[in-house]
Write a protein that binds this ligand. Structure first.
Ligand code: AMP
Length: 260
């Protein structure tokens, strides 16, 4: 069995949790290292995205990765870096997709190409990017690709902040505020109960983030974990999703709620 762990590098323990699981499950582990230009919109952080290939290679090696696939842009995009696949709109047009138009088209394009190059039996993705995980599951189903997609739990700092390569952008003052994102989602998930006013809970959560010092809240919503449709009432299989800005850094997080 061949495993693939796709990453954009700047590795942290979230990435390495996927590698550990792949190593435990499979006879061969391939990790990819590619900062994918087509999932960044003009004006986003493609140029300044943290890159440290030497450290990443060492970490992959120390965690038992057999092959690191680190293609150049021309290897993945011989005709130029343009997304050629479209993500399923019912999953991709809301949440991150609403504020990052075209982002998920870039994601499915690169993942399909990485699958074609690496031919994995299983590919591992983090639930940190839960919407991405669902969209990739859908792409694999729609295209009938012979790959099993596995979602892995979010790895967090001791104070709850989800590990992310972009956390390196945070100033010390922003870093102190950042865990409030998880705290807010956790409180919402705990408080959601039959009869809850979901819209009011989301409005309260957004207000809590702004009071804590977040500069902008892109979204804070409760959705069905499978369809990603807005949750109108409490029930099983819900998830709370948020994206919010601290200065120039956009943080995302999500958590299961309603018993799912
Ligand atoms: P990225 O390098 O940001 O594209 O992430 C590569 C993979 O690692 C994706 O499947 C992410 O969802 C996953 N990942 C990133 N951060 C975490 C985390 N804190 N916990 C678990 N998985 C993560």
């Amino acid at each position: 069995m061949i495993a693939l762990v796709p990453t954009m590098g700047a590795l942290h323990d979230g990435h390495l949790s996927l590698v550990r699981r792949a190593r435990a499950d499979c006879s061969a582990v391939v990790a990819s290292l590619f900062v994918n230009p087509t999932q960044f919109a003009p004006g986003e952080d493609f140029e300044r995205y943290p890159r440290d290939e030497r450290r990443d290679l060492e970490l992959f090696g120390a965690h038992g990765v057999d092959i690191v696939y680190a293609p150049g842009v021309g290897d993945v995009y011989p005709d130029g870096p343009v997304a050629s696949l479209a993500a399923a709109p019912e999953l991709a047009d809301s949440l991150c997709g609403a504020v990052r138009p075209g982002h998920f088209d870039g994601v499915v394009t690169v993942v399909a190409r990485l699958f074609r190059h690496c031919r994995p039996d299983i590919a591992y993705f983090g639930e940190k990017d839960y919407q991405q995980f669902r969209i990739i599951e859908r792409m694999v189903a729609d295209l009938g690709l012979p790959v099993r997609v596995v979602g892995m739990p979010i790895v967090r700092e001791p104070d709850g902040l989800a590990l992310s390569s972009r956390n390196a952008y945070l100033s010390p003052a922003e870093r102190r505020i950042a865990p409030v994102l998880h705290e807010t989602l956790q409180k919402m998930a705990q408080d959601l109960a039959p009869g809850s006013d979901i819209a009011a809970a989301c409005a309260d959560g957004r207000a809590a983030l702004r009071v804590a010092g977040f500069d902008r809240v892109d979204y804070l919503e409760v959705r069905d974990a499978t369809t990603l449709r807005p949750a109108l009432r409490h029930g099983p299989g819900l998830r709370v999703f948020a994206a919010a800005w601290l200065g120039r850094t956009r943080l995302i997080d999500n958590i299961a709620a309603g018993g799912g």
